[in-house]
Design a protein around this ligand. Structure first.
Ligand SMILES: Nc1nc2c(ncn2[C@@H]2O[C@@H]3COP(=O)(O)O[C@H]4[C@@H](O)[C@H](n5cnc6c(=O)[nH]c(N)nc65)O[C@@H]4COP(=O)(O)O[C@H]3[C@H]2O)c(=O)[nH]1
Length: 847
């Protein structure tokens, strides 16, 4: 059995230990005990504890013995001494007191050295019995009726009666009165000390018995004993009769230790729990105060009961201003009644609500917060309070908005990016499908934008893009959406198209707005845009398809001359599929080298003589068993960057043939080879040509290079002139192909080292019937002559065309009328037989 508050006895004894020698007189020992207010004295000899003499031992004295005061203490001491070790607990000692019926123990250390004496009084004082004592009354502790002695008894008689009755005290009744005095063991020691011998009680009893009612609580009685310094109290019943004398021993004996122990434990646990909950409460309070989230506690009606400092920081309302107010104080007015109804529904059903809410600060500013509300229930399961925890998410919202913009909007121009456009288009398609209407995608590409970037730098380019995006956004209607897909590619989505005319008007408006001069710094720039249009559901069903087809339509605009718009058609779709097929096969064809050169004779129109050839590349597609026109595959080769390889092969092959013809003794007539714009712009064209001439052994004078007029971009004028001069200096003739389709100015042409100019087939085709073409053709001839250039007409198919050209002095011509392009073998026979076009033969015959 242990007490939860149990302490070792060594900690509570006072170390004032009174000792004497065995030969000391009993009376002297008693005197010393009285002086020092102790109830025992240790008898020590040679450092050894021989015995102990206590107040209880005083009852054994015979006061009728005249020599009593002369006896040495040895004769009366108790021996051996009952000892307890200093580490024994008070509870164990209390039990020992009960079991051995002792009232003192000598406390010794581990070496048996005496440290002090522990008495019953010490136990009661230190053992923490208060909780137990306060539940008992005095009556419950009384063991015996009181020993009442008449005041006429002698001391020796009285001491004898005490000893016989086993009591440590007795009430002394004065006569027949109800007045009592008390004698105790301590009085006997006093008599001894004072040398009082055998007398009558009435003469020596000085202490009146202090009495309490038997219903008095034990704790109260115990406190009274302590306070008054008594060791006994008289106990009277309701009738005023003395029913007992209560001593410390009685109190101790009445204690049921098992019960006390339980009580102590229970109280201890209660104290611990209280301590823990107090510390939890304190901790919770601290957490609430230090919380980085705002916290509001309301009653069940939403009236604010408490708030934390963060609440004040976020809302601007002080604690005093908030407490007692409804939470409506913070309402922003941004949410509908429905919103709050849902919130309360959730709180009543699940006791919990979480979400984003707009509230209003004291200064009127509306801000977003992330709010969690939890209901707090009382013991009956009713909502007693609500705890609301919130954080101001204004910054997070701003970040989210920034991230959203980054994710969905083009950083440079601020219009939607590809992803957002795709989303919007998806939604618009679903909507168009539901309501059975059409929608349109316009794909825009800025013409010549690359030139701006290359020549003026990216910063200027970026400004242009921003201005264009702004103009687009202003030009379209509300509900239409503008996006930048990247580079200089923009899209416009028109979610509902009522008529094709409306769409065309929009495309023209866009073109017009882009055509307005764009001023960036000191530059005034003029650009145009090519617009491809696709329409849902006719030109595509999915976002990808619609964008892809609008893109294809835009390419067609570019091919047709830019600055315009074009709707996607099935034919265009067919074109793009075909282009893709060509792309794949062309790579394979180049790898397998399945090309061939055909030659078309050039004829001197005045003399009717064959004066040269144009080399034309031929590709026989094995898969389809048909020729694919160079007009179709050359642009693809250019786009794929394969034209260099192909062009070199042509030059090489032509030179090889020329040398072969020469070696075979055939007359050599010059051959014109087509040079694409990309080939021309490559820095090393002159170098390549001279390398091929050297390698094959062909002469430069046998070659003529045909450069299309569209190659002459004014910005590159100087560079082109340089390249052509280099070629010219090698001895190579140069002619301009397809003349009339480009925009080269006369002054520019003058600067170029040209030998000849070829009138495009499109002008020759309609002469002489089409007056405008006839006028153009004759002007070109005149102009070429003026510039001192040879003029060659392409695509002469009939006599009327031939006559017209001859009449206007065109020098040379080629066309189906004379001969179609033919393989190298055919050239050999033409050369061998010095072939002359049949028309001229007929002409010669008739002349
Ligand atoms: N309807 C009609 N057509 C006639 C007549 N006379 C000639 N032609 C065709 O007109 C085109 C003349 O060539 P081009 O204008 O240089 O136009 C050429 C040229 O720009 C390009 N090309 C051909 N071979 C090469 C080459 O080796 N390199 C480069 N870069 N381009 C080439 O492909 C274009 C088309 O070449 P082809 O299909 O061979 O078409 C040739 C020729 O077959 C005629 O009386 N009536």
């Amino acid at each position: 059995m242990t007490f939860t508050t149990d302490v070792p006895v060594g900690e509570v004894i006072h170390n004032h230990l009174l000792s004497c020698s065995p030969d000391d007189l009993l009376a002297d020992a008693a005197r010393r005990m009285q002086q020092h207010h102790v109830s025992s004295i240790l008898i020590v000899e040679n450092g050894q504890s021989l015995g102990i003499w206590t107040e209880a031992d005083a009852r054994k004295l015979d006061f009728s013995d005249p020599a009593l005061l002369k006896h040495p203490i040895r004769d009366y001491m108790s021996s051996p001494v009952d000892t307890v070790k200093e580490d024994v607990s008070l509870s164990e000692i209390a039990l020992k007191f009960q079991q051995l019926r002792r009232r003192h123990f000598l406390v010794v250390d581990q070496d048996e050295t005496p440290l002090g004496v522990v008495s019953q009084t010490d136990i009661i004082r230190f053992q923490g019995l208060e909780h137990y004592l306060c539940m008992r009354n005095v009556r419950s502790a009384l063991r015996n009726p009181p020993l009442i002695l008449e005041d006429s008894l002698s001391l020796s008689e009285a001491v004898k009666r005490l000893k016989e009755s086993g009591r440590d005290s007795a009430a002394v009744q004065f006569g027949s009165s109800e007045r009592y005095s008390i004698i105790t063991e301590r009085d006997i020691v006093r008599w001894l000390a004072e040398g009082i011998h055998d007398r009558y009680l009435r003469d020596v009893c000085v202490n009146q018995l202090y009495a309490v009612d038997e219903e008095t609580g034990l704790l109260q009685a115990s406190n009274l004993l302590k306070r008054k310094g008594f060791r006994h109290l008289g106990v009277i019943n309701r009738q005023g009769q003395l029913v007992g004398i209560l001593s410390y021993g009685d109190i101790l004996d009445s204690v049921e230790y098992e019960y006390v122990n339980r009580l102590q434990e229970a109280l201890h646990s209660r104290d611990e729990a209280l301590k823990a909950s107090t510390s939890h409460l304190r901790l919770a309070q601290r957490v609430i105060e230090a919380s980085l989230d705002g916290i509001i506690i309301t009653d069940s009606r939403g009236i604010i009961q408490s708030v934390n400092p963060k609440f004040t920081q976020v809302t601007g309302y002080s604690e005093q201003e908030a407490i007692g107010q409804s939470t409506g104080l913070l309402s922003s007015g941004r949410h509908s009644a429905d919103f709050y109804n849902h919130m309360w529904d959730a709180l009543h059903h699940s006791g919990y609500w979480q979400g984003e809410i707009w509230n209003r600060r004291k200064n009127g500013e509306v801000y977003p917060e992330w709010l969690t509300i939890t209901a707090i229930y009382d013991d009956d399961g009713e909502v007693s309070q609500f705890a609301a925890i919130f954080s101001d998410i204004s910054d997070r919202k701003k970040d989210e908005e920034r991230i959203r913009r980054l994710a969905f909007f083009d950083d440079l121009t601020g219009v939607a990016n590809r992803r957002l456009f795709q989303d919007r288009l998806e939604q618009a398609i679903a909507n168009a499908h539901r309501h059975q209407h059409r929608l349109a995608v316009l794909f825009l590409d800025l013409d010549m934008f690359k030139r701006i970037n290359d020549s003026l730098g990216h910063l200027v380019g970026d400004e242009v893009l921003k201005i264009v995006a702004g103009r687009l956004a202003h030009t379209v209607r509300e509900g239409d959406s503008v996006a930048r897909l990247g580079g200089d590619e923009f899209t416009v989505m028109v979610p509902e198209v009522s008529s094709m005319e409306g769409l065309m008007i929009l495309a023209e408006r866009i073109n017009d707005s882009i055509c307005d001069p764009i001023v960036v710094g000191s530059h005034e720039l003029y650009i145009s845009t090519s617009i491809g249009i696709s329409i849902y559901p006719d030109d595509g069903q999915s976002p990808d398809e619609l964008v892809k087809n609008a893109d294809a339509a835009m390419y067609r605009v570019k091919a047709d001359g830019r600055g315009s718009y074009h709707r996607y058609t099935d034919a265009l779709h067919h074109d793009s599929v075909r282009e893709l097929t060509i792309e794949t096969r062309l790579r394979k064809a180049i790898k397998e080298n399945v090309f061939e050169i055909y030659y078309q004779p050039k004829v001197d129109l005045a003399a009717g003589k064959m004066i040269g050839f144009e080399a034309l590349l031929r590709w026989f597609d094995q898969e389809n068993q048909q020729f694919i026109s160079p007009a179709e595959f050359i642009p693809v080769a250019e786009r794929l960057g394969l034209i260099g390889t192909l062009g070199d092969w042509v030059l090489n092959e032509v030179c090889r043939h020329l040398v072969q013809w020469q070696q075979d003794g055939l007359e050599i007539l010059p051959v014109a080879v087509n040079i694409s714009a990309q080939q021309l712009m490559k820095d090393n064209l002159a170098e390549t040509v001279s390398r091929i001439l050297k390698m094959t052994g062909a002469s430069a004078s046998w070659l003529e290079l045909e450069v299309t007029e569209s190659c002459f971009i004014p910005e590159q004028a100087d560079r082109i002139a340089l390249i052509l001069h280099e070629l010219r200096s090698e001895g190579i003739n140069i002619s301009i192909d397809d003349f009339g389709t480009g925009y080269s100015s006369l002054s520019y042409l003058r600067r170029l080292p040209l030998d000849a100019l070829k009138i495009d087939r499109s002008f020759v085709m309609h002469v002489p019937d089409n007056e405008e073409d006839a006028r153009l053709a004759s002007t070109i001839i005149a102009m070429a002559k003026g510039l001192g250039l040879r003029v060659i007409a392409e695509g002469i198919e009939d006599e009327r065309q031939l006559d017209f050209l001859r009449q206007h002095g065109c020098h040379q011509g080629q066309g189906f009328m004379f001969a179609k392009p033919a393989p190298e073998k055919q050239v050999r026979s033409w050369l061998a037989e010095k072939w002359c076009p049949v028309e001229y033969c007929a002409l010669a015959a008739s002349e």
